[in-house]
Design a protein around this ligand. Structure first.
Ligand code: AMP
Length: 365
């Protein structure tokens, strides 16, 4: 799909892109921007941010610091972010000063699991059955309809399995709800999936949409362990998944990269689990197996450049290096077909993403 007009140029070579968030995603966005001759200004409250190490300009201040936000916005040509939980007030202050992509509308639609799933269903796309849960009575009613096992999740601020619990036969409902810490929740029917997949899609402000190939994801302790491309699934599943992602990104009128995480069931049905309005861990393989990575395509989209190719030239398996896995860096660096990416984090805490390695091989299909 290609739009008729050129995208509006926001950041030319030599210009400055503001990036909210200084983790590994912000770092890899800034590295990709540098490849295009674009400077990055990273804004993050954490002085130990991995992205600070490689950016020319940094602001270390809270996301609520209006003076710091205003000064940051004044010094950049456009703004994007590496995480989805940008406070609404922060996004509003920045949007008043400079173009911010993706928009507050996209953030709001995807920040709350109830709004997100309702939106996805309004497009005729399948999700797990769900019910809003605000009280013990709601939960009892929802479990009555959706059965057990089912999955109770906080509506907001959940990631890597945090803020969720499976309700199994015999589990006490009050205890499960108490684990949500009084936050509004959603109960989802348990999906007996045969695979978890994701699609990384990118859209420019002239409406051009491109998708990368379907990714098969394996998790360990709720954290992404490996992304495998090509996915070991049928062309029918891949076509469905790519078309779902293209429909969602267009319906959100979105500019930039987003990831759609999905479940595949034994009868080849594809159900959307969630949308991440940002570059995504399951798209890291694109750095080494595609001509233009998800990071570069995000920068191109938000800066108003033509999108780059999403074509895959190699097969790839991306493995996250979590906690102590990073200690194997020397052996990984010696592997002939492996590209090693380390995030410059000083402390290898349990569960912390320290880097990733992408092993490539000639394209099989
Ligand atoms: P989430 O935080 O929604 O990405 O969920 C984290 C993980 O929990 C997913 O990657 C799945 O492995 C599992 N999960 C989440 N929702 C469901 C569901 N409705 N049915 C089965 N497994 C689920």
């Amino acid at each position: 799909m290609s739009g008729a007009r050129e995208a509006l140029l926001r950041v030319a070579p030599g210009g400055v892109l503001g990036i909210l968030g200084g983790g590994q995603l912000g770092r890899m966005l800034a590295l990709a921007a540098a490849e295009l001759g674009i400077e990055s200004h990273i804004y993050c409250p954490d002085p130990a941010s991995p992205a600070f190490q490689i950016a020319k300009q940094i602001t270390c201040a809270p996301y609520e610091d209006e003076a710091a936000l205003t000064a940051f916005a004044a010094g950049v040509d456009a703004i994007t972010y590496e995480f989805e939980n940008v406070p609404a007030r922060t996004a509003a202050i920045l949007s008043a000063a400079k173009p911010v992509q993706p928009t507050v509308h996209a953030l709001e639609t995807t920040a709350d699991r109830l709004t997100e799933k309702t939106f996805i269903r309004s497009l005729g796309i399948g999700t797990a059955e769900f019910r809003a849960v605000d009280s013990h009575a709601d939960l009892a009613g929802a479990v009555g309809v959706l059965g057990r096992p089912s999955v109770l999740k906080t509506r907001r601020f959940g990631y890597d399995g945090k803020g969720q619990t499976i309700i199994r036969p015999g589990h006490d409902l009050s205890e499960s709800l108490d684990r949500m810490g009084g936050q509004p929740a959603i109960l989802e029917a348990f999906v007996p999936f045969v695979a978890e997949v994701s699609v990384i899609a990118v859209r420019s402000d002239n409406g051009s949409v491109r998708t990368y190939d379907l990714v098969e994801n394996e998790h360990h302790d709720h954290i992404l362990d490996q992304s495998i491309v090509p996915a070991r699934l049928s062309a029918l599943v891949e076509d469905q998944a790519l078309s779902i992602a293209a429909t969602i990104i267009a319906a959100l009128d979105y500019v930039g990269v987003l990831a759609v995480e999905m479940f595949v069931t034994s009868d080849h049905t594809v159900l959307v689990n969630e949308i991440a309005p940002r570059v995504h861990n399951s798209g890291h393989w694109t750095q080494d197996a595609c001509l233009v990575s998800q990071f570069e395509n995000h920068v191109r989209a938000v800066c108003g450049w033509p999108l780059g190719s999403t074509e895959r030239h190699s097969d790839a398996v991306m493995t996250n290096l979590i906690g102590d896995d990073i200690n194997a860096w020397r052996a990984l660096a010696a592997e002939p077909n492996a590209a090693l990416h380390l995030y410059g984090k000083l402390e290898a805490r349990t569960g912390r993403k320290m880097g990733h390695v992408t092993r490539i091989s000639p394209r099989s299909r």
